[in-house]
Design a protein around this ligand. Structure first.
Ligand SMILES: C[S@@+](CC[C@H](N)C(=O)[O-])C[C@H]1O[C@@H](n2cnc3c(N)ncnc32)[C@H](O)[C@@H]1O
Ligand SMILES: [Zn+2]
Length: 342
C-alpha cells in the first residue's frame, strides 16, 4: 500500500462511527517500513483503541473485524510472512478445501471479465467492447481529484479511473478479489487460473500495465470508512443489486461525493431475494428499475433522501458477459449512467 496515497484522504473508524464518534485512523507501519513509502504490513489505529490490519499491502477496515477474521483466516494464512515451506503447506491445505473450487471459479470469472476477454460463443458480445463503453461513459466523470470504485472486484474500473484522477480507491468486501487487483498492480502482469470445466483450470499469464495511483482496500460499501464529501467521483459497477439495501448504497454514495462531483452507476438489476428483500428492490410491478433510479436521483421519488442529480450520460442496454466455464456463460443487459451532483 502506498502510504502517500492516503495523505489526501481521512480514514474514519467504522466501529466508533456506529457509536456516533468520528475518529480518524492513524497509519502505523510494522517491520520498520517507512510510512512515506509502501507499507506491506501494519495497522491503522483509532485513538479510541480500535485496530485495523494492513495485510499484504491491503488495509482491512471493517466494523466487525473478529467476524471477518473468522470467515477469512483460511485465505490469509498463505499470505502472511511464514517460512516458505509453511506458506506452501498452507497454500496446499487451502487449495484442497472444497470451498476453494468456488473461490477459484469466482476469480476465474472476474479476471476473464476484467482482463482476459476469452473468445465468447459466436455472436456474443465481448468483454473488451464492454470496457470500451464503460470507459467512454466514465470519462464523463470529473477529471483530477479522488475517485472511489465501490465493489471494485479485481479492479479494472479503478485502473481506468486512475488515468484521469490523481488517486483512486478501489474498495471491495472480498479480500481475494482485491488481493488479485493489488497483485496486478504490484507485478504488472495478469497471472490467474481460467476455469475450463469442473475442476480443470488453465493458467493465464500476460503483461498488464497497471497504474500506481490506486489503493485497494477491504471495506463495506454500506459502511465506508471515509468522511463525507471526500470524493470527486464515486462509482459502483454491478453492485446495486448485490447489496441488501440498495437505497443505503445510493445514500452512502451521495454522502461521499462532493457537490459538483460525478456518480457512476451500472447494474443489470438482477435482484436476488437471498441478497435483498423484495421490498428493497428498486422496481415494482408498474415501473422498471432504470426509471425508478432516474426518479430517485432527481428526488421525484423518495424526496427524503434529498438527492439532486442531473444525468449527463446514459447507456440503456449494455451487454455484459460473465464466463463461468467453457460451457456456462451469462449474458446480462446492464443499464449505466453518469450523473452530476447538484
Ligand atoms: C457483481 S460483482 C461486480 C464487480 C465489478 N464492479 C464489476 O462490475 O465487474 C459485485 C462486487 O461487489 C462486492 N460487494 C458486494 N457487497 C459489497 C459491499 N457491501 N461492500 C463492498 N463490496 C461489496 C463483491 O465482493 C463483488 O466483488
Ligand atoms: Zn474506533
Amino acid at each position: 500500500m502506498n502510504a502517500q496515497a492516503l495523505a489526501a484522504l481521512a480514514l474514519i473508524c467504522p466501529s466508533c462511527r456506529q457509536q456516533g464518534v468520528e475518529a480518524r485512523l492513524q497509519l502505523r507501519p510494522l517491520d520498520g517500513s517507512d510510512a512515506s513509502h509502501a507499507v506491506d504490513n501494519g495497522f491503522f489505529d483509532c485513538p479510541r483503541g480500535c485496530r485495523y490490519p494492513i495485510i499484504a499491502g491491503i488495509p482491512i477496515i471493517l466494523r466487525d473485524m473478529a467476524d471477518w477474521w473468522q470467515q477469512s483466516r483460511h485465505h490469509l494464512s498463505a499470505m502472511t510472512s511464514e517460512p516458505p515451506e509453511m506458506v506452501d503447506y498452507f497454500a496446499y491445505l487451502a487449495h484442497a478445501h472444497p470451498e476453494r473450487l468456488a473461490e477459484r471459479a469466482l476469480l476465474s470469472t472476474y479476471m476473464d471479465a476484467h482482463y482476459g476477454h476469452p473468445t465468447p460463443p459466436a455472436s456474443w458480445p465481448d468483454s473488451a467492447e464492454y470496457w470500451q463503453h464503460i470507459t467512454t461513459l466514465a470519462e464523463r466523470t470529473t477529471a483530477g481529484g479522488l475517485a472511489l470504485d465501490l465493489g471494485c472486484g479485481v479492479g479494472r474500473l479503478s485502473f481506468e479511473l486512475a488515468r484521469w484522477h490523481q488517486q483512486v480507491i478501489g474498495l471491495d468486501l472480498n479480500f481475494q478479489l482485491v488481493a488479485a487487483a493489488a497483485c496486478i498492480q504490484r507485478t504488472q502482469q495478469l497471472d490467474y487460473e481460467r476455469r475450463l470445466r469442473g475442476q480443470q483450470f488453465t493458467r493465464v499469464t500476460q503483461p498488464w500495465s497497471a497504474p500506481s495511483n490506486v489503493l485497494f482496500l477491504v471495506a463495506d460499501a454500506l459502511d465506508p470508512p471515509f468522511a463525507a464529501a471526500s470524493f470527486d467521483t464515486v462509482a459502483a459497477l454491478n453492485l446495486l443489486d448485490n447489496v441488501n439495501v440498495p437505497l443505503v448504497l445510493l445514500s452512502q454514495m451521495d454522502a461521499l461525493l462532493r457537490s459538483g462531483g460525478t456518480l457512476l452507476l451500472a447494474s443489470p438489476y438482477e435482484w436476488r431475494s437471498d441478497i435483498s428483500e423484495v421490498s428493497q428492490w428498486l422496481e415494482n410491478a408498474d415501473q422498471d428499475a432504470a426509471t425508478t433510479l432516474r426518479q430517485i436521483l432527481s428526488a421525484q421519488l423518495i424526496p427524503q433522501l434529498s438527492l439532486n442529480y442531473q444525468i449527463t450520460a446514459e447507456l440503456a442496454e449494455l451487454p455484459w458477459v460473465l464466463r463461468q466455464h467453457q460451457r456456462f456463460w451469462q449474458w446480462f443487459i446492464v443499464h449505466c449512467l453518469a450523473a452530476r451532483k447538484g
